[in-house]
Design a protein around this ligand. Structure first.
Ligand code: ADP
Ligand code: MG
Length: 207
């Protein structure tokens, strides 16, 4: 079961990033250096190439290994940040997660690691605008009603992404633009929203 789930998660997240790489690049061209699509596609391609060996591991180890791959393969700020998210989440996850609460607790460690690594917090127009509300939705979710929890996660991701548009960036390359960063979606928030949707789609279809 875990093996199939991990395999499906890798497949779906990689496909979504690949399908939206141009969009991520365009968003990063507007307020950064235009490499976010390439960075993310390269990182997830490297994870997909290890799909069989990753899927054979317990979920906590697979997350840590995938995180290390992102750190190694992705240039730019987003590699170490997403890498820290997955590695810390993997460290905190029990070998056999028993509930949505286990997943939420591990994801909380991952989001905390992003904040620590990025020296950043909500309100700075970054991926945290999506990650923090998604965590809140997971924490608030009733573990017995998975479809409702997943709907809340998707809605939190979408609202969080859109919240970046009027924000002025104060972290990362976009912060160099100051006021000119206003009026654009943050590329990392977009990739986080894509990943949240991809994970929710896979979990929704779990038997
Ligand atoms: P780079 O900015 O080095 O070119 P990417 O383009 O791959 O790297 O990633 C940019 C994204 O990384 C931003 O859109 C933002 O969401 C995220 N980001 C950058 N710096 C930080 C930070 N300090 N904290 C959180 N997220 C950040
Ligand atoms: Mg960039």
């Amino acid at each position: 079961m875990t093996q199939e789930l991990l395999s499906a998660l890798i497949e779906r997240t990689t496909a979504s990033i690949a399908a939206h790489a141009d969009e991520l690049t365009k968003l990063d061209q507007a307020i950064g250096d235009g490499d976010h699509g390439i960075n993310m596609a390269r990182g997830f391609k490297a994870i997909a190439e290890q799909r069989d060996s990753l899927a054979a591991l317990p979920a906590n180890q697979a997350l840590q290994k995938a995180g290390m791959t992102l750190v190694m393969k992705v240039g730019g700020a987003s590699g170490p940040l997403y890498g820290s998210l997955l590695m810390s989440m993997g460290k905190a996850l029990p070998e056999a997660p028993a509930s949505l609460a286990d997943v939420a607790a591990a994801f909380a460690e991952g989001v905390a690691a992003v904040q620590k690594r990025g020296k950043s917090g909500p309100g700075e127009k970054t991926m945290l605008e999506v990650l923090v509300p998604v965590l809140a939705a997971l924490r608030a979710a009733d573990g017995t009603d998975l479809p409702a929890a997943l709907a809340a996660v998707r809605a939190a991701a979408d609202t969080g992404l859109e919240s970046t548009r009027p924000m002025r960036a104060t972290k990362g390359r976009a912060s160099y633009l100051g006021e000119r960063s206003v009026g654009h979606l943050d590329p990392g928030a977009r990739s986080s929203a894509l990943l949240a949707h991809a994970v929710a789609d896979v979990l929704e279809q779990m038997p």
